[in-house]
Design a protein around this ligand. Structure first.
Ligand code: C2E
Ligand code: MG
Ligand code: MG
Ligand code: MG
Length: 289
């Protein structure tokens, strides 16, 4: 999979096994430079309350503003970092940039939360809670409560790959006031007993089930089951990939708590997100009037 992506982006590669490794090494070097020269950007995708449609927060999503290739999506460069130390460096950069942005928004009176994706290597850093707390202290010395507005997203499949380590890490985060979510939930094989060991605040129902739930009975059953599971454990649900009003309506009826997807808004750079938020406020005022 990685090699295919690389092959697409690098016309010079023949794509055979011998040449893949150097191509990855080149990409990793480029990413190191990208981090050092401030080429990474964050886009933010809103999450809304399914019932009231109020905006509750955003998910920070990284992009690479490449000098030649333009804006590169994370799927084209994160896989090559998997398991390398640079992956952790990138996550910490995202945390710092995201928290700074959140602090600015809060200071401007926008009551938002922020979800930030972390790779498994970052989640299990022994001093992750301390690092996050330090980042919050630096970005917002006067807003210690900002920490409670952050949620770390961990892939369900990653949490299951090393359940013991993930469970301990999520527990430690919780003890330090940092919430976690299981991302792309439903793609792994979490059973009731596994979930008990992962003290997360949120399950994010994977996009594939949500997208197909209107036409595929099996996917609808999965969405319903995940919402039931979340209710049983007292955790929140976020549906990702909400693309139409029909999806949003049904998810609300099924008891899903939050919605995220292109049907609500695409991920946007900070200024566009601010304009979008202001328009939402305007719409609500019109409804009231
Ligand atoms: P994710 O965390 O599951 O994020 C949701 C992805 O689905 C985003 O893709 C978003 O643009 C896309 N999406 C949202 N709504 C819809 C929809 O209605 N329809 C469709 N077709 N897609 C939708 P994106 O930004 O390309 O990110 C892909 C993945 O890369 C993320 O999936 C996440 O796993 C990873 N990622 C992104 N940023 C970071 C980061 O800062 N750190 C780490 N470790 N991973 C990241
Ligand atoms: Mg995510
Ligand atoms: Mg997801
Ligand atoms: Mg995903």
């Amino acid at each position: 999979y990685r090699a295919k992506r690389l092959g697409k982006n690098r016309a010079c590669m023949a794509g055979d096994g011998v040449e893949r490794a150097p191509a990855q090494a080149v990409l990793i070097e480029e990413l190191r430079t990208a981090l050092a020269t401030d080429q990474l950007r964050l886009h933010y995708q809103p999450k809304i309350c399914a019932r009231t449609r109020r905006v509750l927060g955003v998910e920070a999503l990284v992009r690479w503003q490449h000098p030649v290739r333009g804006l590169v999506p994370p799927g084209d460069f994160l896989p090559v970092l998997q398991g390398t130390p640079l992956e952790v460096t990138l996550d910490l950069w995202v945390l710092r940039a995201g928290v700074r942005q959140l602090a600015q928004w809060r200071a401007a009176g926008r009551e938002l939360g922020m979800s930030i994706n972390v790779s498994p290597g970052t989640l299990v850093l022994p001093d992750l809670p301390a690092a996050v707390a330090e980042i919050v202290r630096e970005a917002a010395p006067l807003q210690p409560q900002l920490l409670g507005g952050i949620e770390l997203e961990v892939l369900e499949t990653a949490a299951l790959a090393d359940l013991g380590a993930a469970s301990r890490a999520i527990q430690t985060c919780a003890e330090h006031g940092i919430s976690c979510a299981l991302d792309d939930f439903g793609t792994g094989y979490s059973s009731l007993s596994y979930l008990r060991r992962l003290p997360v605040r949120t399950l994010k129902i994977d996009r594939s089930f949500v997208s197909n739930m209107l036409g595929d009975r099996g996917d609808l059953d999965i969405v319903r089951a995940v919402i039931g599971l979340a209710e049983a454990f007292g955790v929140d649900t976020v549906a990702e990939g909400v693309e139409t009003a029909a999806h949003a309506r049904l998810l609300d009826e099924l008891g899903c708590s939050q919605l995220q997807g292109f049907g609500i808004a695409r991920p946007m750079a900070a200024p566009a997100l601010e304009a979008w938020l202001d328009r939402q406020d305007g719409l609500r005022l019109e409804q009231v009037a």
